[in-house]
Design a protein around this ligand. Structure first.
Ligand code: PEP
Ligand code: MG
Length: 574
């Protein structure tokens, strides 16, 4: 890609507004953020009250505002306007609150007429929160630029996405870091660990960012620009060709079915997921719900989001992972983050902070009206952690009044296999869980004792390390014995160079970035399980990451030719 550079965060934000269209999911997400913001503001107003008398007077008013801001009918109505009538969040808020205020104002009852002012006040709180959180306005200067930054956090990536940058070049960071995963999943061309880039570039310079070749060219020649643009056109054509075939299921040449679901790291754009050929959501990381807000989402907000997402994709599975805080992912607001990849990570954090666990379980159970939600427990190291979650979920289920339970379904509960202890306890994991999902990112980090966000460890930390591949084989071997559905949802699943090997190791369920799904399905349709197993047997005898990488790279280039737009070289099945 070719675009002008800008050093992130160092240029004064432009004040002019842009009205770029956002998708309904993004608009809905903006509304949820505004709702958090408005509730926070109300909290601030209360705590600013000078004395107890003023406080108690304000309290009852503000309680009423809180009820209005989270009122199920109002929120559902806004959601409907955003999703079904494609209104932007601010117009939807305007319409719903103004209609409600007008209706109440027309009442003959004096008390009710007064209440219309409360509705207007709530609208103002929301509009204010929406304006102050409007990334388009604050970061318009980043639009269509390649942002050059030092070490972006996951929050920065979300902001850059909302600001519609063309690409990101980071001085630090690593491919398996959460920020990198988020950038890829949001389809932002990104390069990490580009040493010295901040000193070498200036705002406004033209640059080529070629993530496929891992090259950055500052001030390229005209012919370099032309070549890059031509290549981009071929890539686009190829991806359109693959997308057109992505809808159907994928079987290997010898008839083995391999399912491909999507990973999602942000508000789920269900139409886009379905268009990519995703057979469901194999991993929805709920971390993003906590990244973009300054407070923990409420039960109601989470439930609405989960219900909406799962309903839009039903009857396909939507696998929603409980909050995986810690490591290189931030803790929710108000919790101190320990250093390093261990400590209170994933389920350990949730068991220490039971209110978040309970809120998530509660909202997931209440959202499961279509019976397609699967709950995934992150970073399991102890079987008891699974048992506690299951008991808690059962208790929440039992406490739901019988008449409300009638329209709900108890979700399936599964665990991530991403720590060495989970690997060693796999038989027990299989007995306790309805399904399993392999987190090859963490499994790689913890098997190799490296930090996934450390740029210096990037080469060795590859999931192509023979130890990781042997671990994967041993996990997939359990599928038949325990009749267990085991999918792979780490970054390895999205790597087309790895697909044939994974099939040979026994993988039958992939969960990948949605943008990679058409390509992965095409590869599956052009491989043969017998050959893939021979490849896996050969690779499992290898002793170094480099050896594996080289063999797989050569084999991939020999078999497939997606770069020139030709697709498969030996395309027997078409
Ligand atoms: C993994 O570890 O492979 C995984 C999918 O989880 P995350 O990257 O969110 O830690
Ligand atoms: Mg993980």
């Amino acid at each position: 890609m070719v675009a002008r550079l800008i050093k992130g965060g160092q240029t004064a934000p432009s004040s002019s507004a842009i009205a770029a269209a956002l998708t309904p999911d993004q608009e809905w997400f903006r509304f949820l953020n505004a709702q958090f913001g408005a509730l926070e503001k109300i909290g601030e107003v209360l705590s600013d009250a000078s004395d107890d008398h003023q406080k108690s007077a304000l309290n009852s008013v503000m309680e009423g505002y809180e009820l209005l801001l989270t009122d199920e009918i109002i929120v559902e109505h806004i959601k409907k306007l955003v999703f079904e009538e494609h209104l932007d969040s601010s117009s939807a808020i305007e319409k719903v609150f103004s209609d409600a205020a007008n209706k109440i104002a027309a009442s003959v009852d004096d008390y009710l007429r007064e209440k219309s002012m409360d509705v207007v006040a709530c609208k103002e709180f929301l509009v204010g929160a929406l304006a102050s959180s409007n990334p388009q306005q604050k970061f318009e200067h980043l639009k269509d630029r390649i942002v050059v930054v030092d070490s972006p956090t996951p929050q920065d990536i979300i902001l850059f996405h909302q600001a519609r940058v063309s690409g990101i070049i980071a001085e630090q960071g690593a491919e398996l870091s959460h920020a990198a995963i988020l950038a890829r999943s949001l389809n932002i061309p990104t390069m990490f660990a580009v040493n010295g880039i901040l000193n070498r570039c200036h705002d406004g310079q033209i640059a080529i960012l070629d993530t496929a070749e891992a090259v950055v060219v500052i001030n390229p020649s005209r012919s370099e620009v032309r070549k890059t643009e031509a290549r981009r056109a071929v890539d686009l054509m190829m991806s359109q060709k693959l997308k057109a075939k992505a809808g159907s299921i994928a079987r290997t040449l010898d008839g083995e079915r391999i399912s491909v679901s999507a990973n999602s790291d942000g508000p789920v754009e269900s139409k886009e997921l379905l268009a990519s050929g995703a057979e469901g959501v194999g991993l929805l990381r709920t971390e993003f719900l906590h990244l973009t807000s300054t407070s923990t989402p409420t039960l109601h907000e989470s439930e609405v989001f989960f219900r909406l997402t799962a309903s839009a994709l039903a009857p396909k599975w939507v696998t929603i992972r409980l909050l995986d805080a810690g490591g290189d992912k931030p803790y929710p607001q108000g919790h101190e983050h320990p250093a390093g990849p261990y400590g209170l990570r994933g389920i350990r954090f949730l068991l220490a902070e039971k209110s978040i666990l309970e809120m998530q379980l509660h909202s997931l159970i209440r959202a499961n009206i279509k019976s397609n939600i699967r709950i995934l427990i992150p970073f399991v190291t102890d079987i008891e952690e699974i048992r506690i979650v299951k008991r808690k979920a059962q208790q929440i289920w039992n406490e739901i009044p019988v008449e409300e339970r009638a329209g709900l379904h108890f979700p399936q509960i599964g665990a991530m296999v991403e720590t060495p202890s989970a690997l060693m306890m796999l038989d027990h994991l299989c007995s306790e869980c309805d399904f399993l999902s392999i987190g090859s990112n963490d499994l790689t980090q913890h098997l190799l004792c490296l930090e996934r966000s450390d740029p210096n460890a990037a080469v060795q930390s590859s999931s192509f390390h023979p130890a990781v591949l042997r671990a994967l084989k041993s996990i997939f071997d359990q599928q038949t014995k325990f009749e267990m559905s085991i999918s792979l949802c780490g970054e390895l699943a999205s790597d087309p160079v790895a697909t044939e090997l994974l099939a040979g190791l026994g993988c039958r369920h992939l969960s990948a970035r949605s943008t990679s799904i058409p390509l992965l399905k095409d590869i599956i349709r052009n491989i043969n399980i017998g050959e893939a197993e021979q490849l896996a047997a050969l690779v499992l005898r290898m002793t170094s990451t480099e050896e594996v990488r080289q063999l797989l790279g050569e084999r991939y280039r020999g078999k497939f030719d997606y770069e020139t737009g030709a697709g498969t070289r030996h395309n027997q099945a078409g």
